[in-house]
Design a protein around this ligand. Structure first.
Ligand code: MLT
Length: 201
């Protein structure tokens, strides 16, 4: 997968896996990653799917309607990519924290839905419930931050709460942060995520 890797100064810090929103690329969230943890490794990836020229992490049938078969295939692909990157760049595979926005948050959530111990934590900015009616692997207190908007047309408040509940029932420790706006990522939300991250990692 197209990506950039920046080695952090402190190898005891997590590796931040950055996953952009629709139409983004591997460079978009690097500044955000450095804002969250200046000393961490950064592994920022570009989604392999193109929708009218816009990179995404998996196909969709319509806005907010996922192609579940493709989501499955792409989730396997991303998991293998992380495993290989950990060997190539020699970072601790057990200490990867995902930071995703929108489509990137959705595939990060699906990694958690699919695989036990795939991430040591996740910051999900404006995620949706990736799949329903599936059994989640047990998560041993995996810390998860969800940033949501009270007026997010893409993701109603009930959906953010549903995702929080599903992850919590599987054993994750979820913090749900609300802002009063829509699908956008605000500075206040980033600062809330940073404070949360500093307490957990
Ligand atoms: C998705 O397809 O992942 C969601 O609709 C969010 C987005 O627009 O990327």
């Amino acid at each position: 997968m197209n990506h950039v890797f920046y080695k952090g100064e402190d190898s005891s810090r997590p590796t931040l896996l950055l996953l952009h929103g629709t139409g983004g690329n591997e460079h978009d969230l690097v500044g955000l990653g450095k804002e969250i943890d200046i000393s961490a490794n950064i592994l920022s990836v570009r989604g392999n799917v193109l929708e009218n020229g816009m990179p995404r992490f998996f196909k969709r049938l319509a806005e907010g309607v996922f192609d579940l078969e493709d989501l499955q295939v792409r989730t396997v692909e991303l998991k293998s990519f992380i495993d290989e990157a950990a060997e190539n760049y020699e970072f601790d595979r057990d200490n990867v924290v995902a930071i995703g926005y929108s489509n990137g948050a959705n595939i990060a959530a699906n990694l958690l839905f699919e695989y036990k111990n795939v991430l040591n934590g996740a910051i999900l900015h404006h995620p949706m419930v990736p799949r329903r009616g599936v059994e989640l692997p047990r998560m041993s207190k995996t810390p998860v931050f969800i940033g949501a908007g009270k007026n997010d047309h893409m993701c109603p408040a009930t959906e953010s709460e549903e995702l929080q509940n599903l992850l919590q029932e599987a054993g994750a420790m979820v913090e749900l942060y609300w802002h009063a706006y829509g699908h956008q990522l605000t500075q206040d939300e980033v600062q809330a995520a940073k404070q949360w991250y500093q307490l957990k990692f």
